[in-house]
Design a binder for this molecule. Structure first.
Ligand code: HEC
Length: 157
């Protein structure tokens, strides 16, 4: 095989994979274009949730990159103190992706839950290297844990 052929194959494979990426999610499913709502089942999971399990999950899956304490610092990811009520991508000292800055939503139970279900669907182009959490219960427990780290912890929905 000559060089030109190899280059043509490499280019076509690269083209295919970027097309596949682009086609993976419908832009109407991103938080920039979509307002998610909480199901009754999910609200029930929040009411019956296990904060300890949420703390444990956070330690294992998020704490490498995120701090939550009021006097905490930005790490690979932004500080999550006062996450509820924050406009996405709005901490001045943190270098977010353009995608996060322009996503236009604020963080509440429904948007955080939706983001953490599938981060690349919710904010295509996000730089958070974490795919998502499949289990509703794990997300509910985690939200219960996160809501505490706030000047005004939000009431349960
Ligand atoms: C590998 C590092 C990493 C891990 C693991 C990680 N994050 Fe992130 N997180 C980031 C980065 C980087 C950003 C900024 C994303 C962007 O700008 O696109 C971010 C952004 C966020 C945001 C948006 C914050 C804002 O100010 O708008 C939330 C919410 C969040 N992460 C929650 C979590 C939770 C909860 C977990 C655990 C399930 C987690 N992250 C795991 C790195 C990480």
């Amino acid at each position: 095989m000559n060089r030109a052929m190899v280059a043509a194959i490499v280019l076509s494979v690269a083209g295919m994979s970027s097309q596949a990426q682009a086609a993976k999610f419908d832009p109407s499913e991103s938080l920039a274009n979509f307002q998610p709502e909480l199901s009754e089942e999910f609200k029930q999971l929040l009411r019956e949730g296990d904060v300890e399990a949420g703390a444990d999950f956070f330690e294992r899956k998020c704490a490498n990159c995120h701090d939550v304490a009021k006097d905490g610092i930005h790490n690979k990811g932004p500080l999550l103190w006062n996450l509820f009520g924050r406009k996405a991508g709005s901490i001045k000292e943190f270098e977010y992706s353009e995608a996060m800055i322009n996503s236009g939503h604020s963080w509440d139970y429904a948007t955080i839950n939706y983001y953490l279900t599938r981060t690349d669907r919710a904010v295509p182009g996000r730089i958070m290297n974490f795919r998502g959490i499949r289990k509703d219960k794990q997300r509910a427990d985690l939200l219960l844990y996160l809501r505490q780290f706030n000047d005004n912890p939000p009431a349960l929905p």
